[in-house]
Design a binder for this molecule. Structure first.
Ligand SMILES: [Fe+2]
Length: 256
């Protein structure tokens, strides 16, 4: 089975390039996952954006630390098994932390998201939350979106889950890393990268970000506006394991 995981789609340039890319490749994949937590100007997913992802070919949209920024998220999470938020929110949080759906091969795939705790909200332990899920979960390929800031925490999660899931894909830091590998049947990358304007402050215009760093004063961020690049990984799965992970960076030809 071929699975595509598209990294954090940032604002309109990210959404536009995601649509262009998926129009070309969606039939090459059996299952498509998109991290969409930055699509609404950097802050969450609205109903309009969520529907745009599904129309473009996404099977599942994952979130992260911006899950609750867009008001629509509460209702969308309750209504759709195709939108998931971090599993390790305390019990009672709206929506699902994982979902099991059918791929175009007829096989079932589980997608789960967990969030790290270094420089992010102090949620329940993501390691133990995933252990608990895997203990009870039926034998499907499991693809983990680990949304975390610290490379050490992501690397540790990759080791913790190696041999038990099909893939651990790091998200949130927005710069694609070059450390992809398959270990004990588990595909891993520290960060899949951001889908959006790469020459930016991880999606935002430099002006306001540099102003804030150099003055210590507040100023509202604005999303960068230029042609975007897709950052993704393509996974090849065999049963519940991965056999291959390939990094993807793609721009629309007319954007060059
Ligand atoms: Fe994030």
């Amino acid at each position: 089975m071929r699975v595509l995981f598209i990294g954090d789609v940032f604002s309109t340039p990210g959404l536009n390039v995601t649509k262009s890319y998926l129009a070309e490749v969606r039939d090459d994949f059996d299952f498509i996952i998109v991290n969409g937590e930055n699509v609404a100007g950097g802050f969450g997913v609205t109903r309009k954006h969520f529907e745009a992802f599904l129309d473009a070919g996404a099977d599942v949209v994952t979130l992260g630390n911006h899950t609750w920024d867009a008001q629509d998220a509460y209702a969308l999470l309750e209504a759709s098994p195709r939108l998931i938020r971090p599993l390790n929110y305390p019990p009672g949080a709206p929506g699902l932390g994982y979902t099991t759906l059918e791929a175009r091969t007829g096989e079932r795939v589980t997608v789960v998201q967990a969030m790290g705790r270094i420089f992010l909200p102090a949620l329940d332990c993501p390691f133990r939350a995933l252990d608990a899920l895997l203990e009870t979960h039926p034998q499907t390929p499991v693809i983990v979106d680990f949304h975390a800031e610290a490379t050490s925490e992501k690397k540790a999660m990759g080791e913790h889950l190696a041999g038990r899931v099909a893939a651990v894909i790091g998200t949130h830091t927005h710069v694609q890393t070059a450390d992809e590998l398959v270990k004990r049947g588990t595909a891993y990358i520290t960060d899949v990268g951001m889908t959006g304007v790469q020459d930016s402050a991880i999606g935002m215009r430099f002006d306001e970000v540099v102003y804030r760093f150099t003055t210590g004063l507040p100023r509202r961020y604005k999303p960068a506006d230029a042609p975007g690049t897709v950052c993704a990984v393509a996974l090849t799965l065999s049963g519940a394991s991965a056999t291959r992970i390939e990094r993807v960076q793609w721009r629309a030809p007319e954007a060059d």
